[in-house]
Design a protein around this ligand. Structure first.
Ligand code: 4AZ
Length: 860
């Protein structure tokens, strides 16, 4: 039940009728005639149920235990801070840290059935005092009980009667069916709709061991929970029926010998109606002494009838004491590709559209399947002719209702509609619904995913629906497709995008012409519908999906019973949970560049490093500088003096010939080699034009370029491979020498734009030189930039890319140059500053550097 409801109750008579109140009067509703998964109660069924109002609306439930006393939960009146990260425990509606709310701000509404309209006998009482046990601190620590003394006694009648309280010796048998009542939410984050009729739900008492067993299994974010004495669980391992926010403080009652005893007070739980997460109640019996003490002197007080002997003697052996964990009922498939939730929606006059069964009665599909009906409230006129074909069903199902997402017409991420079937289908191996994620779900990087047909499109080629993908980390996905400088949503916050990396080589020339897909990701053998994508992207494979988890609340609100499932996989790997706040490095005008996927991903650490296979003879290192261009050292790709363009193949996404996997490769042919115009000598840098563009992926992403000298504060590396056969990428740490030092060291013999490096101790021999390895730096912002390509035969000299900015930009068109700010430009210092002995030391840069450091900085 929402906290925001405004009571439209007419305050009826105020005059109390104290009358004589005896034990025998408790717990007996006058014969007459949600809560999650419950139903409307009949008026007068639960006459002890009260609604506690604050600020004009319902906040919590309570139970009348005597004319002047109401039993409720402490957390309704005391603030608990800090709140847990996920909304798994009750949200205390009012926050005044650790203090008790003033009683005068509360009122108790008695005898109500529907909060939308008054009933005979409904009346309101002010609260004179709120009493909470001294040892109450927060719901998880127990003692979540409160007593409210009314300013004047309630007027007892058919719709207002107290409940019986159990004595401390009272035992409620495990497995007993009891009832919880309230005006709370009908699902997580889903308030009870008008006319706000009191909901009832039958819940079974769970034994302590059975309940502890369920709560000892890690829940979202690896949370477990220790049940404490004085707590009681009721519900079902399979979930679906439960109390929820707004029911707190209300009663859980069990019938014994024709009267109703209050066994529990609704206290908290992990979410509402979740599998293996029954509701947790404050057990009332242990509080007999505390209640008696608080109400002493007040007449008439609450009734504690003795437990009927037949109830006591009939206590069955504890049931469910073994650990019965419910398994997911959704998301099981015999094998990938044979999806038992695949729903083919047929609308007269158009091609079939694919969606997914999400419950017994509802199918989720893209709203774009129903173009004429996306923003219309009126049901389609030909709905009678719509059909849904589900796996293993002999006949297609009829459709009762179409509910498009309200943002479907303008927001691609909300391109969703729900179709209700006329009759629910029996769930079995097929059809079976797919599992849906809660908003806080965190699909771990490296999760195994598959694609499934989604929406309208060409029939999927058989193999492509079996394409396996691995989920990439949030940082990489968000920074590649999100805004620059944006902060990356941490685990537990809904991501803005989900990126799969495919386990299969991208084959030159193969067109991926069906691009309407959903992304299914598996956890512990259970498939979740993780993402959707329903727009064409030429020949490209879908690289980014809209996450479905943001829509979980809408789907459960509409369907009331879709299979939302808690996260099942928590293996964070050796790195542990990544919780540091991360932001994205700057983008260029041409998008993101120079990002490296997490090292965890299949060993491909350098998405821009290309193997350039020249004429079947040698292999040069190349760097992807744009989706269709690779930069390499001219001397490596063109034989000296030769003018013919050799046959060149480029491989991206390689992580060495062995033993790392080859599966993420992208290969392209080179169709032209471009050299800048140079006078005299052959220019050192060559651009290789690829036969077709490569999509950004962890195997193939352009590096960033920058127009200046070396980036300030960057750490720099020579990237290559040690062994020309094996070609496992290695990076050697270097420092780039200042132009002055470089100039002096080589006696001014170097062409302009040559960079000299100094290797870190012991790093000199890491890369072999014949492949002409590149020189890269990682900026403080986190992007990787290309600085130069090795000069023929040298380990220390590199042809800088910065001075070639204009040529690269003109040739490539979409070169990812970072903005010039922050980088110093080339210095043109005079050669007269060189110390005299440097020439002799030029064979050894380390010795030369040492010499230079001994020389006063300003000479002469
Ligand atoms: C609440 O927030 C609350 N499913 C009450 C009960 C439960 C969860 C939350 C149990 O008041």
């Amino acid at each position: 039940m929402s906290q925001h409801l405004l009571l439209r109750l007419v305050i009826l008579a105020i005059s109390p009728i104290p009358g004589a109140f005896q034990d025998s009067d408790c717990g007996r509703p006058e014969p007459s005639a949600r809560i999650v998964g419950g139903s409307d109660s009949q008026p007068g069924t639960w006459p002890w149920q009260v609604s506690l109002h604050h600020g004009g609306g319902h906040i919590c439930g309570g139970s009348l235990i005597a004319p002047s006393w109401v039993l409720s939960a402490a957390h309704c009146f005391v603030t608990v801070c800090p709140l847990p990260r996920v909304h798994l425990t009750p949200f205390p509606p009012r926050r005044r840290n650790g203090t008790l709310e003033p009683a005068a701000e509360w009122s108790v509404v008695l005898g109500v059935h529907s909060q939308d309209g008054p009933l005979d006998g409904a009346h309101v009482r002010a609260v004179a005092a709120i009493l909470v046990p001294d040892n109450y601190s927060s719901v998880e620590r127990g003692a979540d009980v409160a007593l409210l003394r009314l300013a004047s006694p309630a007027r007892l009648g058919p719709s207002v009667r107290p409940v019986c309280l159990p004595r401390s010796s009272h035992r409620f048998a495990h497995g007993t069916a009891c009832w919880a009542t309230g005006w709370g939410d009908v699902q997580e984050e889903d308030p009870l709709p008008l006319p706000w009729v009191l909901q009832e739900v039958e819940l079974r008492l769970l034994g302590e061991a059975a309940c502890q067993c369920l709560y000892s299994r890690p829940g979202p974010f690896n949370l477990t929970f220790q049940l404490l004495p004085g707590m009681l669980c009721a519900g079902y391992p399979e979930g679906r029926r439960d109390t929820c926010q707004g029911d707190s403080g209300g009663p859980l009652v069990c019938e014994e010998g024709g009267r109703w005893f209050q066994a529990g007070i609704t206290s908290f739980g992990f979410g509402c109606g979740r599998r293996n997460r029954p509701g947790v109640f404050t057990a009332v019996a242990p509080y007999e002494a505390w209640i008696r003490e608080q109400v002493s002197g007040s007449e008439p007080g609450p009734a504690f009838p003795t437990q009927p002997p037949e109830a006591q003697s009939g206590l069955p052996e504890p049931m469910n004491e073994n650990c019965t964990i419910a398994l997911p009922e959704c998301g099981k498939a015999r094998r990938p590709g044979a999806w038992p939730w695949e729903a083919q929606v047929m609308v007269p006059g158009s091609r079939p559209c694919y969606g997914a069964l999400v419950s017994e009665s509802w199918v989720l599909a893209p709203a774009s399947c129903f173009p004429g009906h996306i923003s219309s409230d009126r049901p389609p006129s030909d709905l009678d002719y719509w059909r849904v074909q589900l796996p293993s069903r002999p006949r297609a199902e009829q459709v009762a209702r179409l509910v498009p997402h309200e943002n479907a017409s303008w927001d691609d991420a909300s391109n969703l509609a729900l179709l209700q079937l006329r009759a629910p289908v029996n769930l079995s191996a097929a059809p079976r619904p797919v599992c849906l994620p809660h908003p806080e779900h965190y699909f771990l990087p490296g999760s195994r995913c598959r694609l499934a047909r989604w929406g309208r499109g060409e029939p999927a080629p058989g193999a492509s629906s079996l394409l396996e993908a691995e989920l990439l980390g949030a940082w990489w996905c968000h920074c590649l497709y999100g805004r620059q400088g944006a902060s990356v949503p941490p685990p537990g916050e809904p991501p803005q995008a989900l990126c799969p990396a495919y386990q299969e080589e991208e084959v030159e020339g193969s067109c991926w012409n069906y691009s309407h897909w959903s992304l299914l990701c598996r956890e512990e053998g259970t498939w979740f519908l993780a993402g959707i994508r329903d727009f064409p992207s030429d020949c490209l494979r879908p690289r980014v999906f809209y996450p479905l988890q943001t829509h979980g609340p809408w789907i459960s609100h509409v369907t009331r019973g879709a299979y939302l499932e808690d996260q099942l996989a928590w293996d964070w790997g050796p790195e542990g949970e990544e919780t540091e706040a991360q932001t994205c490095p700057p983008h260029t005008e041409n998008g993101a560049c120079g990002l490296r996927p997490e090292p965890a991903l299949m060993g491909v650490l350098w998405p821009w490093l290309a193997e350039v296979h020249v004429a079947g003879e040698r292999v040069c290192a190349g760097i992807l500088v744009a989706p269709g261009w690779v930069l390499a050292a001219t001397h490596c790709v063109l034989r000296p003096g030769s003018t013919t363009v050799p046959y060149i193949e480029v491989y991206l996404g390689r992580a060495g010939a062995s033993p790392l996997p080859q599966s993420h490769q992208v290969s392209r042919l080179v169709i032209s080699i471009r050299l800048p115009r140079h006078l005299g000598l052959r220019p050192p840098l060559a651009l290789l034009e690829l036969s077709s563009r490569v999509e950004p992926s962890p195997s193939a992403l352009p590096i960033c370029l920058h127009p200046g000298g070396t980036p300030l504060g960057a750490s720099c590396w020579v990237l290559g491979w040690k062994d020309p056969q094996d070609r496992v990428p290695v990076a050697a740490a270097v420092s780039i020498l200042t132009p002055r030092l470089c100039h002096c060291l080589y006696q001014g013999l170097l062409p302009p734009g040559t960079l000299c490096v100094l290797y870190a101790e012991g790093q000199e021999d890491r890369c072999e030189v014949t492949s002409a390895p590149p020189l890269l730096c990682q900026t403080e912002g986190g992007s990787w930039v290309l600085v130069g390509m090795a000069v023929r035969g040298s380990r220390e000299l590199f042809a800088a890319t910065g001075p070639e900015e204009a040529w690269i930009s003109q040739t490539v068109g979409e070169a990812p140059f970072l903005p010039p700010s922050g980088f110093p430009h080339w210095l043109t210092e005079g050669s007269d500053l060189c110390p005299p002995d440097m020439a002799r030391a030029s064979g050894s840069p380390r010795a030369a550097l040492f010499l230079l450091l001994l020389t006063p900085l300003i000479q002469g």
